[in-house]
Design a protein around this ligand. Sequence first.
Ligand code: SF4
Length: 298
Amino acid sequence: MLTHDELAIVHLVLNTDCNAWDLKATNNSPGVCRFCYRERNRVSTDADTVRRVVDRVRSESEAYRCVFTGGDPVMPYDNHLEVALRHATEVGFETNLHTNGLLLSDRYADLRDHVTVYSLAVDGPSSETADWFRGQGYFERFVSNVEFLASDRRRLAFNTFTTAASVKDLPGLAQLIARVTERTEVEYWLISQYRPIGRASTRKAEIYGFERDDFVRAVEEVRGEVNGVTIYAQPTRLPEDPYPFRVWVLADGTVTADLGSVAAPRNAVLGDLPVTGFEPLVRRAFALREQTPLEGTA
Ligand code: SF4
């Protein structure tokens, strides 16, 4: 059994594609998130397999929370999201739905009773600032999502991505989030800086790169402005600065993990959960992580 201290949170991936990819780019909007590393869908599964995968994670770990991520888990096709959320809550997990929210209202009725916290992405406090990142109309949709979720007293969280230009907008976002706390519970605000992971390009580094100290200072300045909401900061990483250990379970049973290297282009595939079991695969990742030299430290 993996203890709670060894593994508290598991990421479950039902699909790696995203509902935003069908949006058309316009003159002042990228259509999809500017920083997106597109990937085709590489998860193919069915409802029974999803349930079996969730059961194995449950029986072999004390993890308390399943994070549903992607791509985006709220898709215009049946990716078994409702089945997965319902089953995860039935076997005792909290669930965290990470979504851009574009299709959330369409699927809400069937999701509502099985989501512990909704993590919504927002990168600026206005249409002008937020839509630059994620596409025309994004902020409007975000506001409407917050409105109906807050009215329904759901627990929320926020994810924010910053650039050299947008980091000055954090106080405006802090005010927005503080206002939401007056209506419903907000669990956390995750603020991230660009991280030069394996697929980084020079062009993206030019747009998003700025000093780590400037980021840290900007986050510190808003810590006291959000009515007690926990703020997590993800500054850019140095090569010798490892990623925290995280496990992603694809809903077809493939288990992958960060082995810590900033230079790795994608997570390492550990194996097939139904064949090998969840705990042995995660222990394999612990061992590999110990052995994997981080760039700059070898
Ligand atoms: S929500 Fe995520 S996957 Fe979708 S376009 Fe944005 S960055 Fe890409």
